[in-house]
Each structure stands twice: as C-alpha cells, then as structure tokens.
Write a protein that binds this ligand. Structure first.
Ligand code: ADP
Ligand code: MG
Length: 265
C-alpha cells in the first residue's frame, strides 16, 4: 500500500489496451476471428478517490470490462496496473484481490439463499487469511453498521430482507476487505425507485469515509450526475467519449452520447 497517503489525483488503476473476445461456438463454419469483441482495446485511468461513471447501451461491454477489472473474467489482450503493480489483463495478482471489489446489480443473485447473510458478508475475508476470528467478526460488524444495518441481522437469511437491505449487505460484503477500488455494476437498477436515493446517498458517504475510488456502471444519468466526477461513454466495446458530467451532458460530441441523452427524455 505504498500510495496510501498519496494526494488525490494520483493514478490508482490503469487499463491499457484491454480487449476481450468471446469465441463463437460454431467455429466449424466460421473464420478463426469470428466471435464477439466485447471489449475492444479499452484504455482508462482511475485516479485516487475519484468516482468515474461508465455509461453506454446494453451489450456494449460494460459488465465484461467490470468483470475483467475485478478479476472475475480474463482479458484476451492488454495490461493493467494497480498502484505500482503492472500485470497482464488475464491475470489479476492474488495479492491485489482484497483491494478491488465488485457490487453487482442484483443483490438477490449475489447471495446464496441457503446461507445466513453473515456468512456471505464475511466470505471475502478468506482473502485475508492473517485476520483472526475476533478481528473478522469485528470487521463484519463494523461494515454492517457502516451501511446502516444492525449486526444482529447477520443470522437471518437473504429472503428475510428487502431489496434495499440486501443491496446494503452486498455493499458491506464488497467493502469488508477494505478495498481501495470498488466497481459497481448498475448498483441501483434492480431497486425500487423509492430506495435508490438512499443507496446512492450511502455510496456517497462511504466513498468519503473510506477514501474509495469508484467505477460506477449505470444507465441512470441522474445517478451519474450525482455521483461521478468524470464519465466514460462506451459504444461497441470502445470508449468513445469522456469528460465531466456537466460538459458531457451539455455538449455531447459523440453520437452515442447524444443517443443516451435522448433516450432519457
Ligand atoms: P453490457 O454490460 O454493456 O450490457 P456485456 O459486457 O454484458 O454488455 O456484453 C458485451 C457483449 O459481450 C455482448 O455482445 C454479450 O452478448 C457478449 N458476452 C458477454 N458475456 C459473454 C459470455 N460469457 N459469452 C459470450 N458472449 C458474451
Ligand atoms: Mg451489464
């Protein structure tokens, strides 16, 4: 954690020319290069404590890019850098896994219905084998309180909670290893409109409290405006425009950005 005390604005994470090709299943009849280039030579930098939104139409490659950044999928090309560690995009070093975490869209899908929620929230702590049992329990309780819930709820099961509560637990789980980069893939899309604002406010506060860097995928442009310092617009696997929300929303240059803005009306 060499850059832990570096000023905001230093690069925390960089992707260089990251690509991901999904091979077509019927290779017999198709040329070698058939398939989907879901992510096409994407380069991006996330600065320390920055909150960056990634927007773009369905199928443009946002989730694939998110999964590669957190190490759930492998790039077919390109390199990444976290702090001072440079690595191939297909190989997130184990030592970095506690530093980078993902919040999924659907908080129900991210919990095993047969496990008490406490077991799910503490599960990422397996990445920190040096913590003893008391420290683990304290870590989980602290994080559950940080998201506005009570530790005595931890013995209940996922179905016993509302969607908004489950998403709070999902956020607690994502933060339990004390990551520095949090990737959020449509974190409020599956929630009732009435609780979206609460979760958004929570994400805001956690970012400040823990000095987090966010990459937030969203097609809710109001959320983007509220949360993002900078916006990346993705289209067909590429980043086609980037800028501050105000600039991008008032003077969109790329047709994809204009289309996204038009779709909101
Ligand atoms: P988004 O999150 O922007 O909606 P995705 O990253 O989910 O987009 O998908 C990008 C493209 O990659 C789509 O064409 C999708 O069909 C394809 N894709 C995603 N995951 C897979 C997979 N596991 N196998 C094959 N194709 C996939
Ligand atoms: Mg997606």
């Amino acid at each position: 954690h060499t850059l832990a005390n570096a000023p905001m604005g230093d690069p925390l994470f960089t992707a260089r020319q990251i690509s991901r090709r999904f091979e077509s299943p019927s290779l017999l009849f198709l040329p070698r290069r058939a398939g989907t280039l879901a992510v096409d030579a994407v380069s991006l930098t996330l600065r320390r404590a920055e909150s960056v939104a990634l927007v773009g139409p369905s199928g443009c490659g946002k989730s694939t890019l998110a999964r590669i950044i957190v190490g759930l999928d492998r790039a077919t090309d390109g390199t990444m850098q976290f702090d001072r560690t440079v690595y191939h995009g297909s190989d997130l070093p184990g030592a970095l896994r506690p530093d980078i975490s993902l919040v999924f869209q659907d908080p129900f899908g991210s919990f095993n219905p047969r496990l008490r929620i406490g077991a799910s929230v503490s599960e990422p702590l397996r990445l920190l084998p040096d913590l003893d049992e008391a420290a683990r329990r304290r870590r989980v309780a602290d994080m559950v309180e940080a998201v506005g819930l009570s530790p005595d709820m931890l013995s209940r099961y996922p179905h016993q909670f509302s969607g908004g509560q489950r998403q709070r637990f999902a956020i607690a789980r994502a933060l339990v290893t004390r990551p520095r980069l949090v990737v959020l893939d449509e974190p409020v899309s599956a929630l009732d409109v009435s609780v979206r604002g609460e979760v958004l406010a929570l994400l805001h506060r956690l970012r400040a409290d823990f000095g987090l860097t966010y990459l937030v995928i969203s097609h809710d442009l109001d959320m983007v405006r509220a949360l993002a310092d900078r916006v990346l617009v993705m289209s067909a696997g590429r980043i086609v425009e980037e800028g501050r929300p105000a600039k991008l929303f008032e003077k969109p240059e790329h047709e994809q950005t204009r289309a996204l803005l038009a779709a909101r009306l």
